[in-house]
Structure formats: structure tokens, C-alpha cells
Ligand binder design. Structure first.
Ligand code: SF4
Length: 317
């Protein structure tokens, strides 16, 4: 892996499984090339604030120190954060400013630094974590990661929070334009576990290290959810990883073009998945209350916490 977002303006990018192998431009405002994620090397951030709607071992009582990055290496047709993932609403910052944001969140009481959709800014994040932080670093990603990038972040990231969205390649192609999603995501998750070992939760209830795998149930996709939980039960022993079964799906963005997922999941679908999770003996983890599928839980991407002083209006990058 090559590239330094501050000193070396161009870099051949193979950070994620898209392996675009193009010379990414340094800044969103520069002329130059971008890959599938349409992002320059310098991070664009949409919001940096305490966030209380992660799993209890991440949010704790004071909140996770979330940094929401703009852009994404997936293009999920139902993305609830499409304002930032697709429209890339946010403010570009330097690596030094990113480091300051971490410190500001820690001073506000953040239990951790929770990097949301960070993959395409791995180089900048690596630079920003040269000096260890006094709280765990959480890598909160869509799961479509390269093993070599996970390994690159060894000793920088203590807690991995990957999605495991699909096993079925037709679904991953149709809804996220990633037919090899499960192959890549499962390999990356196994590498994350090799690096952290079994998860550890401190006396304060906060995850100190480990892997927490998230899975969002999609409408009509209960069988795929079951296959994913079977994979987790067969791959990891009790006490190895945490699992979060999520019911917060809301048909956003282009979901209306896909009639089979243009609805919320039913109580019956969720109960069938939850019951199967119990049957498989997956007890290290979380299930979600029905109320979680409420738009009120989606953060406002208004640039909070990104600039040093009062910010101006956000522009699309
Ligand atoms: S991070 Fe972006 S440019 Fe790099 S390989 Fe992935 S999609 Fe392509």
C-alpha cells in the first residue's frame, strides 16, 4: 500500500476490494482522478460528535466519539446515510485537523473514537493515529474490506465494527454492486479477529478490543440472514466475537426502484431471525428494539464538530 495524503499528493489506490489502481487526487478540489468511491485522499467529514445510538458497549453512557466520513466504497441502494455516502456532503480537513477532532471528542467525554465509513480514507487515518489515543479506536465499516488494509491498521485499531450484509452474491450485486461481497467481507472479518483475539469489555461496559459484527435484516432476505448467522456460529466460538442483529431497515434512497425491499421488515421476519440466532447459540451480542427503525435515530449531517470554529454551510464535494 502506498500513499501519504499530506506529503504525496498522488497514490495508486488498492485500499479496498474494488482495487481501482488509479492515482487518486489529493484534494476534492484538485483536478485529477478518483476511483469508485469518488473521493480524494484527504478526508471529507460530515459530522464529528458524541453519538448515543450505537450498541451499548460502543455508546456507553457518555456516547461514542463518532467521525462520519463522506463517500463510500459500496453503493447500497437503500443507504440511510446517502446524503454523505453518495452526495458526499461534508468538509475536507487535513490530517492535523482530524487529530484535533479526536482530541475534542475525547475532551467531550467520548468513550472511544468511532470512525464511520472510514475505508477510503485509510491513508489519512493511519497518519492521524501515529500517536496512540487514550481511548479505543473503533473502525465502523461496511465490511467490504481488503485483508491487507485490515493488516495495515494493526496496532492502530482496537475495535472492529464491520457489517456483514449478505452471503448471497446475487443480493450483494443487486443491492450494493459487489458480487464478491461475502468472500471479501468474511476474509476481512477473520483477519480482524486474528488481530484482536476474543473481545474484551471493560468494567465500564465499554468494548476495549475485539470484533462486533453487525447484520441488518433486509425485507424478504430472512434466509440470507440465517446463512450469515450459521457462518458466524460455525466460524467463531462463544466469547470470540460480538454479533448485532439489526432491524432498523428503512427503505431509503433508491429502494423504491426495488419493490421487494421497498418496505420495512415485519415483526414475523425479525422474530424468525432472532429465534434462529438463539437456536444457533449466538448469545454474545445484541438484538434491536422495534423503535430503532425510526428516522429520528439518523444523525443530522450538518458539519457539527468538523471545523475549529463556527462553520459555514456544507458544500457537496
Ligand atoms: S478506496 Fe476508492 S479508489 Fe481506492 S480501491 Fe476502493 S473504491 Fe477504489
Amino acid at each position: 500500500m502506498r500513499g501519504n495524503p499530506e506529503r504525496n499528493p498522488m497514490s495508486i489506490c488498492n485500499i479496498c476490494p474494488r482495487a481501482c489502481k488509479i492515482e487518486r487526487k489529493r484534494s476534492a478540489s484538485d483536478r485529477g482522478t478518483v476511483g469508485y468511491c469518488a473521493s480524494g485522499m484527504l478526508p471529507v467529514i460530515s459530522r464529528a460528535a458524541l453519538h448515543h445510538w450505537e450498541e451499548p458497549c460502543i455508546a456507553g453512557t457518555r456516547g461514542a466519539g463518532t467521525v462520519f466520513f463522506a463517500g463510500c466504497n459500496l453503493s447500497c441502494v437503500y443507504c440511510q446515510n446517502y446524503e454523505i455516502s453518495e452526495m458526499r456532503k461534508g468538509i475536507e480537513v487535513s490530517v492535523d485537523r482530524l487529530k484535533e477532532i479526536y482530541q475534542e471528542l475525547i475532551r467531550q467525554g467520548a468513550h472511544n473514537i468511532d470512525l464511520v465509513t472510514p475505508t477510503h480514507y485509510t491513508h489519512a487515518i493511519f497518519q492521524s493515529l501515529r500517536d496512540p489515543l487514550p481511548v479505543p479506536v473503533v473502525y465502523n465499516c461496511g465490511g467490504y474490506e481488503s485483508v491487507h488494509t485490515v493488516a495495515f491498521l494493526r496496532n492502530k485499531v482496537q475495535c472492529w465494527l464491520p457489517d456483514l450484509k449478505y452471503m448471497d452474491s446475487k443480493a450483494s450485486k443487486r443491492y450494493s454492486d459487489a458480487p464478491d461481497y461475502f468472500e471479501k467481507a468474511s476474509a476481512a472479518i477473520e483477519q480482524m479477529f486474528r488481530q484482536t483475539g476474543p473481545y474484551e469489555i471493560g468494567p465500564d461496559g465499554i468494548l476495549k478490543k475485539g470484533v462486533l459484527i453487525r447484520h441488518l435484516i433486509l425485507p424478504g432476505q430472512v434466509e440470507d440472514t440465517k446463512r450469515i448467522m450459521e457462518y458466524i456460529a460455525e466460524t467463531f466460538a462463544p466469547g470470540d466475537v460480538l454479533f448485532s442483529l439489526m432491524r432498523q431497515y428503512i427503505p431509503y434512497r433508491r429502494a423504491s426502484e426495488f419493490p421487494e425491499i421497498n418496505r420495512r421488515i415485519t415483526d414475523e421476519e425479525y422474530e424468525e431471525c432472532e429465534s434462529y440466532m438463539e437456536d444457533l447459540g449466538i448469545t454474545d451480542g445484541y438484538v434491536q428494539a422495534k423503535e430503532s427503525s425510526d428516522k429520528a435515530f439518523i444523525p443530522i449531517f450538518d458539519g457539527t464538530g468538523v471545523l475549529e470554529s463556527a462553520h459555514e454551510g456544507l458544500d457537496q464535494k
